[in-house]
Every structure is written in C-alpha cells, then in structure tokens.
Design a protein around this ligand. Structure first.
Ligand code: F0G
Length: 372
C-alpha cells in the first residue's frame, strides 16, 4: 500500500512497537516544512528560515505525534481509559485518539482559559471534559494523583511514549534538509516538546532515520531515509508572564495571551535544560504584544496561520536576531506547534472589523476603489 499511514508506520524501527502492537493512528506527521521568503526579508535575516507547520496534523497540533504513541501503548497495555491535564491541544488530541481507539478519555482543562476550537474538539470527540477551578499546573498534579490510583493511562508528556512519538519531527526535518539545521527554535510550555526534538536530533546522528516500508530505498514522496552529521542549537522561548525557565523555578500564577503555554511548573524541566545546555542554546522570553504581532506578520506575509503560542518561536527568533545572537547565513527551523484556527477569538480581537456595506454594487465598488 503506497500511501502515507502515519508516523508509527513510517518510523516503526525507531519506536518502541512490535508487529503485534495495535497501532492507533490518524495518519499524523509528514507535515510541511515551508521556507519563508517574504517574512525572512521583512525581518532582515540573511539566512534560510523554514517553519515546520505542525498545525497541519489531524487535530491541528503537534500533540498528535505523541498521542498516536501514547494511545497505542495504552491500548497494548490493556487500558480502557486515558486521562490528561491540558491547556487545550493535548485534550483535543487525547479525545480524538481515544475515539479512534474506542476507549474513554477524561480531560482536565483550566476554567475559562482554553481556546474555543480546542474545547470544541474535546467535546465533539466525546471526551469527559472536567473544567477545573485552577490552572494547568493544578490539573497536572491532580491527573498524576488520579492515574496512580485508578486504572487510567496518563497521556501527558510525563508518559515517555509521548516524547517517543514527538521525536519524529526531527527525523522529518533531517530528511527534508539532508541534515539538521543550524538552529531550531520553538515555544516552551510543559517542556516535553523541546526535549523530544532533542531526542530525535540526537538519535539521527550517524543513524538512518527511517526504513520507510512504502518503497524500495528513496521514497519519491517522502524522501529519506537520511542521517544527520550534527545537531542544531536549540532555542526555547516562553511568554514573559509564564516563563519559569527564565525565573529559575516555578511561577505561581502564569498569565499570557498564548494560553497553550500558560504553564508555571513544567514537567520536563531537567530534560529541557539538558537539551538547551548540550546544544549550546538558550531560553528566552517574549511579551504578549510581540507574540501577537509576529503571529499576524506571518499570517499576512506568508499565508501561514498559527496559534499565538506557536508564534512565540518566531517572536523569540526575531528578538535574538535583532540582538545579533544568530549567526549570519544560518539555516533555521521554527516549529509552528498549532493551527491558528484553534483560537479564533484571539485572531478576531486583534484584527480590524469587517466593513459593513449595503448589498449594492455601487457601494461595494466605491469601497474597493479605496484599496486599488
Ligand atoms: N504550542 C502549543 C500550541 C501547545 O499546545 C503547547 C503545549 C506548546 C506549544 C508547548 O509544548 O508543553 O511540550 O513545551 N500544550 C500542552 C497542552 C501543555 O495541554 O495542550 P510543551
């Protein structure tokens, strides 16, 4: 069968699965790596800047990469239910993959601080949605306690299978570019994703990424398999109101417009620090205004609509570029973690209102002329 069937199928030999593992997949992964030209010119960067658009996964975020593995392994282990705390995207992915597997999902989300699209997804896929009077960190503590005493599989990124699935993003990038980029920039919340990226890049040094299984040797559609000779410098960006990595410890009341990364006590603290240190990279923070401005600039110069949290990667990059911290002529990949459609409220709130016009040709041509 020569069509793409998801990342477990593609990277079977690099993931903890066997022939008898019951794979739960929505054909996630294989997302586009898009080279930015207008945006790059606008920000005055003389290198190559590419975005890995994870918003084009089946539920609209990178979480699908981890969830296909976590739910597959939960099913293999005999679980009939899964649970997670979430700022929105994990709950959407958990709900969808649980539906696909025919098992129950419980999702704990912070009261009133979740983007509308994500809530709609969890509800539509039939998750049991528990809106808690607390933030993500409270939810995270609760689901760990609950999963320890009830027969429910925890599918947050403390579940090691999540990072296994998410590491495959690095394989795809190496296959597309022929090697690792010079820098990889991404937003950091609970810190699982930066840890998974680093794991993927590390595992691809000197080792073939995939035995595709679809074609003999080089796949005409997907390229690869490929091998990396090096690893990128990892740059992790946080929103200023939710920046524990910059403060040196947990933040009690995290706050940011980028609700996906509104997290004060990241679970993968040590792994993320290891990724940044070993790669010679750093963490930095951006303000909400810069995040929203970057989200809009990307949407309007490139036609790529990501959610605010995702734009944090490029907002941080622009800041470091201005400060002269990025090497001239470098190849840079930014992970755009989620689709802009996830959070329509924030998008609409920062855009001009539509023109209200009578349904008459003359009124409309008059208006159009103002823009020609
Ligand atoms: N970007 C988006 C769109 C996210 O949804 C998240 C995390 C991140 C970035 C940060 O990734 O946590 O691995 O450092 N969202 C989680 C959730 C917390 O519940 O959906 P991270």
């Amino acid at each position: 069968m020569a069509h793409y069937q998801g990342l477990i199928h593609r990277y079977r030999n690099r993931l903890p699965v066997t022939e008898s593992t019951p794979v739960v997949s929505l054909n996630e992964g294989n997302t586009p790596l898009i080279e930015l030209r207008n945006f790059t010119q606008r920000i005055g960067f003389d290198g190559r800047l590419l975005v890995k658009f994870e918003g084009l996964n089946p539920t609209g975020s990178f979480k699908d990469r981890g969830m296909t593995m976590a739910v597959t392994k939960a099913l293999e282990g005999g679980s009939r239910a899964i649970i997670c705390a979430s700022t929105g995207n994990t709950s959407a992915a958990a709900a969808a993959y649980a539906a696909r597997a025919g098992i129950t999902s419980f999702v704990l989300i912070p009261d009133g601080k979740i983007a509308l699209g994500k809530l709609a997804q969890a509800m539509m896929h039939g998750a049991i949605v528990l809106q808690i009077q607390g933030n993500f960190d409270d939810g995270m503590r609760l689901v760990q306690e609950i999963a320890a005493e009830m027969p429910i599989a925890l599918v947050n990124s403390v579940n090691p299978y999540r990072l296994q699935g998410q590491k495959t993003i690095a394989f795809e990038i190496i296959e597309a570019l022929g090697d690792a980029p010079d820098y990889h920039v991404l937003p950091v919340g609970n810190a699982g994703n930066i840890s998974a990226h680093w794991m993927g890049y590390s595992e691809a040094v000197g080792q073939q990424t995939a035995a595709c299984g679809l074609c003999e040797g080089q796949c005409p559609y997907l390229g690869g398999p490929a091998m990396a000779t090096r690893r990128p410098v990892m740059l992790g960006y946080q929103a200023s109101g939710a920046a524990p990595f910059l403060r040196g410890g947990p933040v009690a009341e995290p706050e940011t417009v980028a609700t996906a990364i509104r997290i004060g006590n990241p679970m993968s603290w040590h792994l993320a620090w290891a990724a940044v240190r070993e790669s010679g990279g750093w963490f930095d923070e951006c303000g909400d205004a810069a995040i929203l401005e970057t989200q809009k600039l990307l949407a309007q110069t490139e036609g790529v609509f990501c959610e605010p949290s995702s734009a944090t990667s490029l907002a941080g990059f622009i800041q470091d570029l201005k400060r002269g911290k990025i090497r001239s002529g470098a190849t840079v990949v930014a992970t755009l973690t989620g689709h802009g459609l996830k959070d329509p409220d924030t998008a609409i709130a920062q855009s001009p209102q539509p023109h209200r016009v009578v349904a008459q040709r003359q009124a409309i041509t008059h208006l159009i002329q103002q823009y020609l």
